[in-house]
Design a protein around this ligand. Structure first.
Ligand code: HEM
Ligand SMILES: *[C@@H]1O[C@H](CO)[C@@H](O)[C@H](O)[C@H]1NC(C)=O
Ligand SMILES: *[C@@H]1O[C@H](CO)[C@@H](O)[C@H](O)[C@H]1NC(C)=O
Ligand SMILES: *[C@@H]1O[C@H](CO)[C@@H](O)[C@H](O)[C@H]1NC(C)=O
Length: 496
């Protein structure tokens, strides 16, 4: 009788030992990294609050020079932040599958371009690429100009206050811009009530994502669905899909999309004209040709709404903060603007935008220090040979763009905001600076994002002088899918 429980314990221990042994991998074990605990790996470290977790990860990248491993319970991760290995991963077409994190996005974005792989991804990429062609972007610039003007207007009541939390203003602008360009519908307009609900739903979904990632017991879909947050997420997804369905239905019925994309030629686009194009039109056109179905359209529209607003909003809030803290930079941006426009108050054109070279350097430097997509993940379906190590099958390669951009062996005075470094030929290899990722799976919206940011910053600076309130050294980051500060960022606006 006495022996039975003891025997059971011994058996369990032996079983655990074998499971642990099965989960081990010699190649993986060779990679340097923090000490692991039996069965749990580094899982306990990962349960830190979102500020400590951010610091913990940065500490790792300081201790281990080029890469390190991190085992979160059963998940094997290799954290990579050196240009050579980043190049190996991103240039290969073999590693285009997204990692474990995409599992949490799937209930929302399904199998759209951002998450899909293989032929499906390839086909979608081919369909969507024309939406970002120069001539189409010219169409969109009208919408972006209007929204930057609206941003300027919305800031008017803020002038001369001791400081303004800028994020809500900027996020409102970027969400409306992407809504008008992707779906052809202004969230600020007739659908004001639905528009606000939709906006809130998208923001809430972002916060639920991190909540779930950190709580491993919510990882299994069935358990998550039962939890309060899981149920709430389901409701939010319904808000998003019903609004999106309504917009698509209207657009389809009105038939405004017919042949717009095939008709767009170099010379027939004048900025300010009223023929309004949306990315959705391209998808509807493709549907007529039988190359995409309604599920496909839905998931792509949702993906643009997700990828296309918060990424840009986060960069813009850091840009306003850092420009406010560098009056000499602010003056140079304004000087460039006045050189291009003189005393005219005409609306900016595509060629004006390409002349905003110094502003572009400022945005690039902001993206270096504050890359809103601060990490990306690739799953190793096949083993991957790195510079010094080998990633075994089944690991997630996490590329830390944030740490890559702050390497002192790649950038002179890496923590300093110095837009001038982008005025010269780069002194760093191409894969040391990848705010939009690189290779075949890079950001499809990068030109769009650059346009939007240039228009917003130049419009605001022209009307207001920015004075510093939040300083770069005050910023405490939290771990989230996009790079986010813990506390609101404040800037003071003074009428020029
Ligand atoms: C400053 C703003 C932006 C930044 C920093 C950014 C960054 C990135 C990065 C790093 C990736 C690679 C993701 C990965 O490999 O997992 C990506 C992919 C993507 N981005 Fe952006 N992005 C921005 C704005 C936008 C905008 C405005 C749009 C749409 C209008 C957009 C649409 C996409 C799409 C669809 C993908 C997936 C491409 C593919 O997998 O083939 N992005 N972005
Ligand atoms: C990171 O490192 C600093 C100093 O090296 C230490 O004080 C801090 O506790 C570490 N933070 C975490 C979360 O590990
Ligand atoms: C939004 O409303 C304004 C005026 O209320 C109008 O000029 C503009 O065309 C509308 N935009 C859209 C996309 O419906
Ligand atoms: C489509 O047409 C209907 C009625 O003609 C109109 O109410 C609606 O605003 C139009 N929608 C779009 C997206 O143009």
């Amino acid at each position: 009788m006495f022996w039975t429980p003891l025997l059971l314990i011994v058996l369990i221990l032996i079983l655990c030992y074998h499971i642990n042994h099965l989960l081990r991998d010699k190649k993986f074990d060779k990679i340097p990294g923090p000490k692991e605990i039996f069965l749990i790996g580094n899982g306990l470290d990962f349960l830190k609050d979102s500020v400590a977790l951010f610091t913990y990860l940065r500490n790792l990248t300081h201790i281990y020079k080029d890469l390190c491993k991190l085992k979160i319970f059963y998940l094997k991760n290799i954290l990579i932040y050196n240009p050579e290995d980043v190049e190996t991963i991103l240039t290969s077409t073999k590693y285009n599958e997204k990692g474990y994190l995409s599992y949490f996005l799937r209930p929302w974005l399904k199998d759209a371009i951002l998450l899909s792989d293989g032929t499906k991804w390839h086909q979608r990429r081919k369909i969507l690429t024309p939406a970002f062609h120069f001539n189409i972007l010219r169409h969109f610039s009208t919408i972006l100009v209007e929204n930057s003007e609206k941003l300027v207007e919305s800031l008017r009541p803020e002038t001369d206050k001791s400081g303004t939390d800028i994020y809500p203003f900027i996020a409102g602008m970027t969400l409306n811009s992407i809504s008008e360009t992707a779906m052809g519908t202004s969230l600020d307009n007739e659908t004001k009530d639905i528009g606000t609900k939709y906006k809130e739903a998208i923001h809430m979904l972002g916060t639920y994502l991190l909540y779930r990632v950190q709580r491993f017991w919510l990882h299994p879909q069935a358990l998550f669905n039962l939890s309060p947050v899981g149920r709430s997420q389901k409701k939010l997804l319904k808000v998003i899909s019903s609004f999106r369905d309504h917009v698509i239905k209207q657009r389809r019925e009105n038939g405004t999309y017919k042949n717009l994309y095939t008709d767009v030629k170099d010379d027939d686009v004048v900025i300010g004209q009223s023929k309004r194009l949306a990315m959705l039109d391209l998808l509807l056109e493709t549907e007529e040709k039988g190359k995409i179905d309604i599920e496909g359209i839905n998931e792509e529209v949702d993906t643009f709404m997700f990828e296309g607003h918060d990424t840009t909003a986060c960069v813009l809030q850091f840009a306003f903060m850092i420009i406010a803290n560098h009056p000499e930079v602010q003056d140079k941006i304004l000087e460039e603007y006045r050189h291009i426009f003189g005393t005219s108050n005409r609306k900016p054109t595509m060629s004006d935008l390409s002349e905003m070279k110094y502003l572009e350097c400022c945005i690039k430097e902001t993206l270096r220090l504050y890359p809103s997509v601060h990490f990306i993940i690739r799953y190793c379906k096949q083993k991957l040979k790195l510079k010094d190590y080998e990633c075994p099958v089944g690991t997630d390669c996490v590329i830390f763009i944030f740490d890559l951009h702050r390497r002192s062996d790649q950038f002179v005075e890496p923590l300093k905001f110095r837009p001038e470094r982008f005025q010269e030929e780069p002194t760093w290899p191409p894969f040391a600076y990848i705010p939009f990722s690189a290779g075949p799976r890079n950001c499809i919206g990068q030109k769009f994002a650059m346009m939007e940011m240039k228009l917003a910053i130049s419009a605001v600076l022209q009307q207001y002088r920015l004075l510093p309130v939040t300083k770069p050294e005050d910023i405490v980051f939290i771990t989230d899918i996009v790079l986010r500060p813990r506390d609101p960022i404040y800037v003071k606006f003074v009428k020029r």
